[in-house]
Structures are given as structure tokens and as C-alpha cells.
Unconditional design. Structure first.
Length: 312
């Protein structure tokens, strides 16, 4: 009882969200039929992803090499930020936008190949893009994406450590960037602050939702445990009932055999009775005939004796 296989979990998270619950419940039932309650419990705890998270999971499952390239780019970005290499960082930022754009296009193609995917115009590609950008900064998000088990889209402000685009590392001190280079960096910094504020608010909301979901999960697990106990009791009662029925059917079969034997014996005794009745009837008839003959003989003898007396 090793739990669900990675292939099964991957197949579930590649299933469109509107069919996820049905597919998960079918997998739970199959695990129970296979006698693996641990796998059934673990599968039942898998949660349905949002459409955006499902699209990212689909990318990780169908095109893992592209997600690996994203992780490599993330390392390069963090390295450039730590070393304060402004030119390299700008180059990598441009590369980031190109890579993320290409991944979003690939997600669109993968969704088009899925028969139950939402129409192209309703795909939450902005959330997909934000999540892929977050993976470049947050290693936890990147790991979830690579595992193909993301549950919801996410956002992240900045890349790695807090960026300082207005500084350049030089020999002998710090040098300001040229004015034409400072404006894009300031705009990027403003976007970073706004995105981080939005992320803090989103994290607070997620924390609140998690507390609510934790309570609901505890209640659902309690209900599940009670339901599983009721199922076990019902299975045991069914098994006992089947055993009782088998015993009664065996007894009925024995009674049927004895009944058939008794019917055969009754038939033989009926035949014997009829034969005896015929014998009695014949004997009675013969007795009557003999008695009649004796009476006739007695009558003749009586007549003879009477004639002799008259002759004397």
C-alpha cells in the first residue's frame, strides 16, 4: 500500500478542472476496489486546481523541458541581481519577457488540443503569465509548477532579492546610471512596489481563505472517516448476511434431498398398499366362495340325512 502513483496524480492534474472531481472520485473508488485504503485517502485529499493553475500544470506535464528552461533563467536573474549587474539584468529581463511570452503561447496551443478546455477567448492567460513570472522569483512556486500540482495562480513582485536598479557596481564607488537608463529603472521599481503591495494583500487574503479551508477540511475529513466507518460496518453486515444465506441454502438443499427420498418411499408404500388391497380382495372373494361351497355341501348332507331318516 504505497499510495497513489506519480503517474496517476499527474494524469489527474492534467484533467480539465470541470472533470477533475469526477476523475478523482473514480480513482478513489478504483483504489478501494484494489484494497489500497491509503491510496484512496491520499487521492481524496487532492484538490481541484483553478483553470489558470491547470493550464500551468498542463505546460509542466506536457512540456517539462520548457519549464526547466524557466528555472534556469530564474537562477541567472537572481545571480545578476545579487551582483548588481544592471546591463546583464536588463538583458535577462528582456529574455524573461520573451521566454514567458513563448510559454504563454505554448499554453494556448496545449489548451487548444484539449477537447474540454475553455474557448481561447476565455483562457486566463494573464494569470498564467503572472504565475510564470512568479516562478522566476519564488522557488516554492517554481517547485510547484515543475511538479505539475499547482492549485491556483499566483503573483510575485520583483525577482529574488530586492532589486536596486539605480546603482551600478564600479571600481572606487557607486556611479549613477545615465538619465536615459534611470527612467526605465524607476518605472520598473514603481511597478515592483505596486506588485509587492498587491502580493501582500493577496497573501493576507490567501491566509484568511486557508484558515477557512482548514476548518472545512477538518470537518470534511471527519465526515469522511464516519462515512468510511459506516461503509466498513455495512460491508461486514453484508458479508455476515451472505454467510447466513449460504448456510440456509445448504440446509434447504439437504431438506430437498430428504423430501425427494421421502416422496420415493411414499410412492413405494402406496404401491405396496394397493397390492395388499388387491390380495385382500382376492382372498376375501376366495373365502366367500369356499364358505358358499361348504354351506352347499352342508345343505346336501342335511338333505341326505333327512332322506335316510324317512326311509327308516
Amino acid at each position: 500500500m504505497a499510495g497513489p502513483s506519480p503517474e496517476l496524480v499527474q494524469r489527474l492534474y492534467a484533467t480539465p478542472p470541470d472533470r477533475f472531481v469526477a476523475a478523482r472520485d473514480a480513482a478513489v473508488a478504483e483504489a478501494r476496489r484494489a484494497g489500497d485504503p491509503k491510496a484512496a485517502r491520499e487521492i481524496s485529499r487532492l484538490r481541484r486546481p483553478t483553470v489558470a493553475a491547470w493550464l500551468v500544470n498542463l505546460l509542466a506535464i506536457r512540456r517539462p523541458e520548457l519549464v526547466a528552461d524557466l528555472a534556469q533563467l530564474s537562477g541567472s536573474l537572481r545571480s545578476a541581481q545579487r551582483e548588481l549587474r544592471g546591463g546583464r539584468l536588463r538583458e535577462l529581463s528582456a529574455q524573461r519577457r520573451a521566454v514567458v511570452g513563448a510559454l504563454v503561447s505554448e499554453v494556448r496551443k496545449l489548451a487548444a488540443a484539449e477537447p474540454d478546455a475553455p474557448p481561447a477567448g476565455k483562457l486566463p492567460l494573464a494569470e498564467v503569465e503572472a504565475t510564470l513570472n512568479a516562478a522566476l522569483s519564488d522557488t516554492e512556486v517554481a517547485e510547484q509548477i515543475q511538479a505539475g500540482r499547482l492549485l491556483r495562480a499566483t503573483h510575485y513582485a520583483g525577482f529574488g532579492e530586492v532589486p536596486r536598479p539605480q546603482l551600478r557596481l564600479v571600481t572606487g564607488g557607486v556611479e549613477e546610471l545615465p538619465p536615459q537608463e534611470r527612467a526605465p529603472e524607476r518605472a520598473e521599481a514603481r511597478r515592483t512596489r505596486d506588485e509587492r503591495a498587491a502580493e501582500r494583500a493577496a497573501r493576507a487574503e490567501r491566509t484568511k481563505r486557508r484558515r477557512v479551508l482548514d476548518r472545512e477540511l477538518a470537518k470534511a475529513r471527519g465526515d469522511q472517516d464516519r462515512a468510511e466507518q459506516e461503509l466498513a460496518d455495512a460491508v461486514r453486515a453484508e458479508r455476515d448476511g451472505a454467510a447466513t444465506l449460504d448456510r440456509i441454502e445448504t440446509e434447504l438443499a439437504e431438506l430437498e434431498r430428504r423430501r425427494a427420498g421421502a416422496e420415493q418411499e411414499l410412492s413405494r408404500t402406496k404401491l405396496a398398499r394397493r397390492g395388499a388391497e388387491r390380495s385382500v380382495t382376492a382372498a376375501r372373494r376366495r373365502t366367500g366362495e369356499v364358505e358358499a361351497a361348504m354351506e352347499a355341501l352342508d345343505a346336501e348332507e342335511g338333505d341326505a340325512d333327512a332322506g335316510g331318516d324317512r326311509a327308516d
